[in-house]
Write a protein that binds this ligand. Sequence first.
Ligand code: 1CP
Length: 366
Amino acid sequence: LVRKHMFPKDFPQLRNDTFLRAARGEETEHVPVWCMRQAGRYLTEFREFRAGKDFFETCQSPEACCELTLQPLRRFGFDAAIIFSDILVIPQALGMDVQMVAGKGPTFPEPLKEPEDLQRLTAKVDVGKELGYVFKAITLTRHKIEGKVPLIGFSGAPWTLMSYMIEGGGSNTHSKAKRWLYRHPEASHMLLTMLTDVIVEYLLGQVAAGAQALQVFESHAGILGPVHFNEYSLPYLRDIARRVKDELKEAGQDVPMIVFAKDAHYAVEDLSQSHYDVVGLDWTIDPQSARERTGGKVSLQGNMDPCALYAPKERISDIVKKMLEGFGTRGYIANLGHGVYPDMDPENVGAFVEAVHQHSKQMIKK
Ligand code: 1CP
């Protein structure tokens, strides 16, 4: 797929490859930093741009996605950008209706209820046709970013997408989706396999369009527990990385892949051996123990509590310093343990970015 779609697009030359080098475990002059949800409602310019527009229509406009991706880069010295989109574009590509309801979040009017409902899903998704708007957004953004920083593409992971498709939206217990795991294991694996096949093509299409790194979001890992994680999440995460990497290798490409399985601290060892270059961590795991448990085999990304950004700026600087000391400066990408909250003061996000750069430069010089 990459070979088929890859053609020279004359992208501007990359001027800051710190993030890519850290992902590969190479030396850097400072620790790179970006934030999950760095494009988001905490920015006034984001709220103004999004005002009155439908969320998924915004996702379908390459120009809008490009603008929203670039907004945080104009304010802060982030070392990477992540394409503005959403993980739920995949269920849409499979034929499901998803709406963004104000005050409620993403909503599926007709979620999957029983295994028979799998027949409603498109059996053979034409990824280029259904998700070509994301590829266009990536190509456009890669040009407009002018080589300032690398552009990250992303996808939701199979279990997380499955849980939305069955729950019909956000959930605390995920009990409807977990009911399938206990009651319909075969149908669950069938759905996870369908999703995996689409995700692999989707990620390869993003690279062909210009994505320079890929992150896979298993945001609902924590609800599973180790036994179910090993059966319903990890094999698919592994399969995605292996298939994407194999295909990229044949095309002579090497694009770092990040796996972020939120609240899956029990799985950190396994995740570090699942073909990803980087393991993203939430704040419930101690940096030093994460390093010890992953044995230097992968780079790590994370993991400051998003709420730590509510602290006064001097405190943020201290927290960042401790975090850097815990992870070390090599093979490390600073980030939050989850997305920036919508009520965050942008100045504190700026203080976080600056603290990472400042402290890490001093640590690396020594
Ligand atoms: O109107 C709005 O602006 C709504 C807020 C919003 C935004 C800014 C949503 C709705 N999605 C997004 C963009 C988005 N989503 C990005 C953009 C790039 C960036 O990070 O800057 C990304 C990477 C995502 C990925 C995403 N969407 C995840 C994985 C990351 C995570 O948060 O764990 C998940 C779980 C979603 C689903 C989703 N989309 C939006 C909301 C509010 C939710 C969560 C719903 C829930 O479970 O309650």
